[in-house]
Design a protein around this ligand. Structure first.
Ligand SMILES: Nc1ncnc2c1ncn2[C@@H]1O[C@H](COP(=O)(O)OP(=O)(O)OP(=O)(O)O)[C@@H](O)[C@H]1O
Ligand SMILES: O=C(O)CCCC[C@@H]1SC[C@@H]2NC(=O)N[C@@H]21
Length: 247
């Protein structure tokens, strides 16, 4: 992908929404909208994403990927990989819960929302990332969340985190678009190595209300999680999953 063009906005509702508007207006691949604060951040499945002013890294990257759309389901996963890698470089013992939550232990430190859209200049993806950096324990919006500063016990510079994460995303997107290696391995193997879900017993809630239980055995070539139960292997796509719980 080309060099990133970064625009910083003081306050906006959702960086994903602003990046999507810009995509419709013809903005090019590599535009990054950084929000110093989001007043109405969006999460997966129409949930909200909340962080107090001055505590988070929140941004969205507009991509017009040079890769067939059938491989786009890799985008959330490779973004999770990149965020995890950048946070580990800060000394955090993080891991990726499939498909793309970045956790420390069982708690979520970063969330990712990838949205695809058609624009007059072709298909685009908006890769939105929210990282809990400076939230104190009493500022966490949900008990299942944590922040970098809580986990590391020291102040963390938000700009440093932003730059590291953007560089890691760029590296991962380039490897994906060009079919090259990442971290000395195939993208799929690098992702699987960072993914804490593989090898664990899982309960997967599906949109029809049914639950799939079994052992998560691998990530298949399309990025689906393969769940094995009584010798039967069932691949599940990230877009078809409501919840994944690890046992
Ligand atoms: N700053 C934040 N940090 C973490 N979670 C947040 C934050 N703001 C809002 N949330 C929301 O809190 C909710 C609970 O997150 P939780 O990790 O428990 O479940 P989840 O993300 O839906 O994943 P799963 O159900 O698969 O475990 C999510 O909907 C998440 O988007
Ligand atoms: O885990 C989730 O539910 C996904 C959370 C994604 C939050 C980020 S913050 C930047 C970008 N803009 C949004 O409105 N959402 C994403």
């Amino acid at each position: 992908m080309p060099d990133l063009t970064v625009e910083v906005v003081d306050v906006l509702e959702s960086s994903n929404a602003v990046a999507a508007e810009r995509a419709q207006e013809g903005a090019p691949d590599g535009l990054v909208i950084v929000a110093d604060h989001q007043s109405a951040g969006r999460g997966r499945l129409d949930r909200t994403w909340e962080t107090p002013p001055g505590t988070a890294v929140t941004f969205s990257v507009l991509l017009r990927p040079d890769a067939p759309t059938r491989s786009w389901p890799w985008l959330p996963l490779l973004t999770g990989y990149a965020v995890d890698k950048a946070l580990k470089s800060h000394g955090l013992e993080a891991g990726v819960k499939w498909p793309n939550d970045v956790l420390v232990g069982e708690k979520k430190v970063a969330g990712i929302l990838v949205e695809r859209l058609e624009t007059p200049t072709g298909p685009a993806a908006i890769v939105g990332v929210g990282i809990n950096v400076g939230l104190r324990a009493d500022e966490l919006p949900v008990p299942t969340a944590t922040s970098l500063e809580i986990e590391l016990g020291r102040p963390v510079d938000r700009t440093d985190v932003l730059v590291e994460v953007l560089n890691a995303i760029r590296e991962a997107v380039d490897a994906w678009e060009l079919g090259g290696d990442l971290n000395g391995m195939r993208l799929r193997d690098s992702y699987a190595a960072a993914c804490v879900t593989v090898g664990r017993d899982v309960r997967v809630d599906l949109p029809d209300g049914s639950v799939l239980e079994g052992r998560a055995v691998e990530i298949d070539p399309t990025g689906q999680l393969v769940v094995e139960h009584d010798g039967v292997r069932t691949p599940v796509a990230a877009g078809d999953v409501v919840h994944v719980r690890t046992a």
